[in-house]
Design a protein around this ligand. Structure first.
Ligand code: ADP
Ligand code: MG
Length: 628
């Protein structure tokens, strides 16, 4: 048996790096500015710890487009490089000077914000340039160096006459990448990736309108002044301590993040951990719209203030992806596939930390100002209910702040609700029966009937509510949820006295037969019930179970296999104490009886919104004929 070493030659790897290292060509600029930022932060660190006595000053990074010369320049005033350093850091692919720096200054530099990692970023320049030059002068007393490479493994390294400290990178842009010579395109990229980077970035100049003096005449024209166009806010709110920020600071940062959002956020959550992982950020609860698809302003992910992506799937628990804001963590591995990411231990911890923080914040909002929390409930419930459904930890925590509003605008926690209904809403097995409506208008008569009996009716109208109720019935003991228009309401709740039917047993049997002759069996189950004589003569209800399963199917019910297309099944409840029902029973001719039953059924269907299309047209026509 032979053993050996696989020989990887740079000539083969280089084109691969250029082509496939990054899927997006545009990130080259982010990489170069990250390097310029690192070089500046390194200098800051070295002056801070007294390792050099050069003046740090107020360094800026400058980006310049030379459209005619087809060149793009990135210039910094950072540490620069000596010739030897260029040999070491640039010519050795996949050797990271950033890592080396962090290693060397371990403890003191861990918070310096150095970005680089893999020693590959610089080479992304070759995705858009056929020739790259580096002109660099170290902060040390060495002559400047000039490195030139045309995208092969050959390079030249000579002297340069650069006097000022720092590095200038010059990209000779490819013909097919000339978009990167357009000022607008570069401005757009800088705003996208570098808007919150820690060192000021200058890109050209802009005109600024000066404020008019107070005593200026009405027709005075405002003067303008040419100023540097600084792209970034080097100290975004999330990098500050929560104690140093006021509510208005959070709001103005929200506007900075989403300039096109005119609606204010409902509240914010400041994230700030450094153990066992590093993470900072601010999440905002926006007003939720029912249509979750039009959400395009998403949570943005940063690493050391460099924008990475707005796809936070796997990092932020799914129910929180409806929120907005930023998360900044150097600890999220991004060079791996998304499916790996979800299995990564550190990322799992981050996700559960975020969940916990959100739950804690909601709880404190609830505790500190319940009234305000109740007012916001309808705008935030979707997120909370979805979280309760999908994350068990959150479900537990939410018991303390999740609200259950009634149709009369009272807001109870589940515990409070239980207390309210325990005396008159139980079934014969002692289970608590929680009544709810999903639409006050459509279920109006049922809501009124339940209220008249002294029952509390919740208003639960989120699209995912049937899933949540299903879960709650599973988790909580002795609770059953019943929608007001379901067949179980009257059967379920234990009544003190049974209503007595005016009809004899024979009469009841005949009545049932009469109805069943006329009404399609496969759609309706006829049930006789003795109710008040002024209650409705006929009532259509739908079994809670069946309706809920259907709803769950429509909203993507997990695990609802084989339920196929469930048939529409209803109960037709006949009130044996209603005078109309007596009339029907005593009608002489079969024809007339059939007409009465059909017309009454249509009326019952009409009141439930079940009469539609041709049937509705015929019903209206028939009714007109009757009045005429
Ligand atoms: P990384 O940033 O991950 O270390 P890069 O390929 O982006 O890797 O850069 C390689 C190294 O080249 C850097 O670590 C740094 O030492 C050096 N370098 C790149 N750009 C500059 C710059 N503008 N000023 C000083 N050094 C630089
Ligand atoms: Mg880098």
């Amino acid at each position: 048996m032979a053993t050996g070493k696989i020989n990887v030659s740079v000539e083969n790897i280089f084109p691969l790096i250029k082509k496939f290292l990054y899927s997006d060509h545009e990130i080259f600029l982010r990489e170069l500015i990250s390097n310029a930022t690192d070089a500046t932060l390194k200098l800051k660190h070295l002056t801070d710890i007294g390792e050099t006595d050069v003046k740090y000053g107020n360094p800026v990074i400058e980006v310049k487009v030379d459209k005619e010369g087809k060149k793009l320049h990135v210039i910094d005033q950072g540490v620069g490089m000596t010739k030897e350093e260029v040999e070491k850091y640039i010519n050795e692919v996949a050797f990271s000077g950033a890592e080396e720096f962090l290693e060397k200054y371990k403890d003191s530099a861990k918070d310096s914000g150095i970005i680089g990692h893999f020693g590959l970023g610089f080479y992304s320049a070759f995705m858009v340039a056929n020739k790259v030059e580096i002109i660099t002068k170290s902060y040390k007393d060495d002559p400047a160096a000039h490195w030139v490479c045309e995208g092969t493994t050959e390079f030249t390294l000579g002297d340069a006459d650069k006097k000022e400290r720092g590095t200038e990178i010059i990209l000779h842009i490819n013909e097919e990448d000339e978009e990167f010579l357009e000022e607008n395109r570069i401005q757009e990229l800088l705003v996208k990736y570098n808007k919150f980077m820690p060192i000021p970035i200058k890109f050209g100049t802009k005109e600024e309108t000066l404020p008019l003096p107070e005593d200026a005449p009405e027709d005075a024209e405002a003067e303008t002044k040419t100023v540097d166009n600084i792209i970034n806010n080097p100290e975004p709110a999330w990098t500050k301590q929560p104690t140093d920020l006021e509510d208005k600071d959070y709001k103005s940062f929200y506007r900075e993040l989403y300039p096109m959002q005119f609606e204010e956020p409902l509240f914010h959550i400041h994230l700030n951990v450094d153990y066992p992982f590093n993470l900072t950020g601010i999440l905002y609860f926006p007003k939720m719209t029912q249509d979750m698809n039009i959400q395009k302003d998403k949570i943005q992910l940063y690493q050391n203030q460099v924008y990475v992506t707005d796809n936070v799937e796997g990092i932020v628990p799914e129910f929180l992806t409806m929120l907005r804001g930023v998360i900044d963590s150097p600890d999220i591995p991004l060079n791996v596939s998304r499916s790996y990411l979800q299995a990564d231990g550190a990322v799992k911890k981050i996700s559960s930390y975020i969940t916990r923080k959100v739950a804690d914040k909601l709880k404190s909002l609830f505790n500190n100002n319940r009234e305000d929390f109740e007012q916001k409930w309808n705008d935030i419930k979707i997120v909370i209910e979805y979280g309760m459904l999908s994350e068990d930890k959150f479900y537990e925590k939410a018991q303390k702040f999740a609200l259950y509003p009634t149709v009369e605008n009272e807001y109870f926690t589940f515990e409070e609700l239980q207390e309210k209904i325990k005396d008159n809403q139980t079934d014969k097995d002692g289970n608590l029966v929680v009544l709810y409506a999903s639409n006050q208008d459509e279920q109006h008569s049922y809501v009124e009937a339940a209220k008249a009996k002294g029952y509390k009716v919740l208003l639960l109208d989120s699209p995912i509510i049937s899933h949540l109720l299903q879960k709650m019935e599973g988790e909580k003991e002795k609770i059953t949820f019943v929608r007001v228009d379901s067949d179980q309401v009257d059967n379920l709740i234990k009544k003190d006295e049974e209503k007595i039917s005016k009809l004899s047993d024979e009469e009841k049997e005949k009545l049932k037969g009469d109805f069943e002759k006329v009404i399609p069996k496969e759609k309706y189950t006829v049930q006789l019930e003795a109710m008040d004589s002024d209650a409705a003569p006929l009532l259509i209800t739908q079994p809670e179970f069946m309706r809920r399963m259907k709803e769950m199917q429509q909203t993507g019910g997990g695990g609802m296999f084989g339920m196929g297309n469930m048939p529409e099944m209803y109960n037709l409840v006949v009130n044996t104490n209603h005078p109309l029902i007596s009339d029907i029973l005593n009608t002489k001719t079969e024809k007339k009886q059939e007409r009465l039953i059909k017309h009454s059924l249509d009326l019952a269907r009409l009141s439930q919104n079940l009469l539609k299309g041709e049937e509705l047209t015929n019903f209206v026509k028939r009714s007109f004929d009757m009045v005429k």
